[in-house]
Design a protein around this ligand. Structure first.
Ligand SMILES: Nc1nc2c(ncn2[C@@H]2O[C@H](COP(=O)(O)OP(=O)(O)OP(=O)(O)O)[C@@H](O)[C@H]2O)c(=O)[nH]1
Ligand SMILES: [Mg+2]
Length: 363
């Protein structure tokens, strides 16, 4: 985990150089078979995160999407489930922390049908493959109940994992991959058999230097369980990356400001000042001031993102993160512990937690 995080920091420097301050929108792709609970999840999460969850909130970029998701969430609460997603829907969101925007991201909701399409030439399949290759985060949805009852045709699961495997195998940028086990309210317990179909994917994640994976059990049934976890896990890599690259940019602007200041000194500085004045160019001191201003702006941005980055590291640490030292039994044990909800900072007085063992009862 720590090594992978360090790698993020290194890549952040490279990205900084490439992007140089450009505002990059992160891309999340959500996939899973028809009826697994993707749309239900997105709507339930959106509604839950209108309130602060450990300081984090979610907003849509478009007000039309806001009302659409809240209407869906309303329907779900009155047991009217959403119709199957008819096509690929994409929403633009902003993650906020303590009332400040920290990250923009787009989130594509694929209709489950795209995974079972026979022809590789289907537009849906092609755009899914393209989206997966460019994704910064992948949310893979698996129906726990169907898995436990052996109902999920293994060929379907294998096909979905093939898509994910080939997408993450050769990536050279950080990707957070959440394996979301939906409808945990319908299963009595986690067993080894339930997780064995994921062994191949676990191996791929462990072999990759860039992919961070975790199992996330959720329920959008009568009681919401662990609802913010899949999204926050998926976004954490990007937030850490952004914090690191903002800090690096601030430092770079500061160094440049010092260089301009140095150039402005002495006799050669005076000669340069004269030349610039005659040519109508900004003077070295003005350049220094300009770079210093940019450094201060970046530093202020860093101040905004630093705290959520730290909060997210704490948060995702509670999940069964995929690691080469763990075996299927370890994941079963970890999943069993959080089946009814993850407890976060129960002692913190400002926390929204009302019960001792399940913070998400608040929703
Ligand atoms: N018990 C239970 N049922 C759930 C849960 N989440 C979703 N469901 C059920 O699963 C059904 C399908 O949910 P959707 O969200 O439409 O599934 P989807 O993955 O978006 O399906 P497509 O759009 O066809 O790809 C819903 O009608 C709900 O009955 C859950 O956490 N618990
Ligand atoms: Mg859907």
């Amino acid at each position: 985990m720590v090594l992978k995080l360090l790698r993020y920091l290194v890549i952040a420097l490279v990205l900084t150089w490439i992007l140089h301050g450009e505002d990059k929108t992160m891309k999340i792709v959500m996939l899973g078979h028809t009826g697994v609970g993707k749309t239900t999840y997105m709507a339930s999460l959106y509604e839950a995160m209108q309130q602060k969850v450990e300081g984090f909130q979610l907003k849509t970029a478009k007000s039309l999407d806001h009302s659409r998701l809240l209407d869906l969430a309303n329907m779900i609460r009155s047991a009217k489930y959403p119709p199957p997603t008819a096509h690929r829907d994409e929403y633009d969101f902003k993650l906020r922390y303590q009332n400040k925007d920290v990250l923009s991201f787009s989130w594509a909701d694929y209709r489950g049908g795209a995974l079972t399409e026979k022809t590789q030439s289907s537009d849906q399949v092609n755009s899914l493959i393209k989206d997966l290759k460019q994704a910064d985060g992948i949310m893979m949805f698996c129906d726990c109940d169907a898995l436990a009852r052996g109902n999920l045709r293994s060929i379907q699961l294998a096909r979905m994992m093939n898509f994910v495997n080939s997408a993450v195998q050769d990536v050279e940028h950080p990707i957070a991959l959440s394996i979301i086990l939906t409808k945990v309210d319908l299963i009595a317990r986690f067993e080894k058999d339930l997780l064995s179909p994921f062994q191949n994917l676990i191996d791929v994640i462990n072999a990759s230097e860039w992919v961070l994976g975790a199992f996330v059990p959720i329920s959008c049934g009568a009681r919401l369980v662990n609802i913010p976890m899949p999204l926050l896990f998926t976004l954490h890599a990007a937030v850490i990356l952004q914090a690191a690259s903002t800090a690096h940019l601030a430092e770079e602007y500061y160094e440049e400001a010092l260089l301009w200041e140095e150039k402005s000194q002495g006799i050669s500085g005076f000669v340069r000042w004269l030349g610039n004045k005659l040519n109508g160019n900004p003077t070295d001191s003005q350049m220094a001031e300009f770079q210093m201003q940019k450094a201060v702006e970046k530093y202020q941005e860093f101040e905004v993102i630093k705290e959520p980055a730290e909060a997210l590291i704490n948060y995702v640490d509670k999940l069964p993160l995929i690691h080469e030292d763990k075996n299927v039994q370890s994941y079963v044990e970890e999943l069993s512990k959080i089946k009814f909800g993850i407890t976060i900072n129960p002692s913190r007085p400002s926390s929204y937690i009302h019960t001792t063992d399940d913070p998400f009862d608040a929703f």
